[in-house]
Design a binder for this molecule. Sequence first.
Ligand SMILES: CSC[C@H]1O[C@H](OP(=O)(O)O)[C@H](O)[C@@H]1O
Length: 356
Amino acid sequence: MSLQSIKYTTGKLEILDQLLLPVQSKYLAVKGVEDGWKVINKMQVRGAPAIAIVGCLSLAVEIFPEAYESKKTLRQEIEGKLNYLVSARPTAVNMKIAADELISLANELTKDEAVTVDDMKQKFLDVTEAMLQKDISDNKAIGANGAKAVLESSGKDGPVRVLTHCNTGSLATAGYGTALGVVRKLHELKKLEHVYCTETRPYNQGARLTAYELVHDKLPATLVLDSMVAALLRAKNVAAVVVGADRVAANGDTANKIGTYQIAVVAKHHGVPFFVAAPLTSIDLHIPSGDHIIIEERPDREMTHVGEHRIAAPGINCWNPAFDVTPASLITGIITERGVFSPNKLKDEISALLEL
Ligand SMILES: CSC[C@H]1O[C@H](OP(=O)(O)O)[C@H](O)[C@@H]1O
């Protein structure tokens, strides 16, 4: 059983094909940007941070063996290929933020006459490769900040029961995870009584991926159906809900896996604190509210079939949005590597942190 979603050494990138989990653990070679776009679009690799990392590394392995005649040529290659990778999936912002930062870097290096084209290529490789370790360290900080926030909100010193949705662990990131990083930290602190994970139809990130991670780590966990959340919060003394994010708007509205919004509504009804856990690279201060977030719609077949087995009547219409938007009013706190923010203070406090 491997929980390493991404394997990378300079010039070589492989991803764990998550469409085959939990039955088969198979790595796929990603030899360039075309491969990168395809494995992201097909959701063989998924999760906002993992998408950005695999996208950028797919460009790194493509340019590594190449010799470029000029910095202008290399800059054009970097800009064009990164913008193409952003198109693979529209909702998560991490790939877009990484692309914008790397294009800005390429522009700066192009203008710097002291920098050769080989220097520029090496700098691009160094910065993209650093994304792996930074993501893991960010997730460890998210875990620590989130565990503290969950315990404080519970009004007791634990152990606590938490609910999570979709997959936000090592299979959605470079390792450890965001919301599942909070769960892992609670367990490390001996403050996790139990974690409940939803199956997360139709891709089943919860049943296939989160359950896989929880069993691998031997955490006390129970899989529940998406339709069980209301009954669970009424009956099982859940202290908090902790979910991930694909894009957090400036006002704290959050796009996350479909089903998150209704969990937030049920949590509000039952007075259960609802936390979003995400790195700053999932926060998009350029959009004022969740109304501006593009929601990806995926193929009907992801709803009508499980593998090759049809489970829905032929001919029925389907609506398959991959995400929904939870309004900031339903969110207790947004857990990041730099701290936990109230949605209504997010923009001002993140701007101050980043000196925007
Ligand atoms: C740590 S980001 C995980 C985030 O991404 C998932 O979406 P998908 O599996 O479609 O990439 C889901 O929204 C998770 O919360």
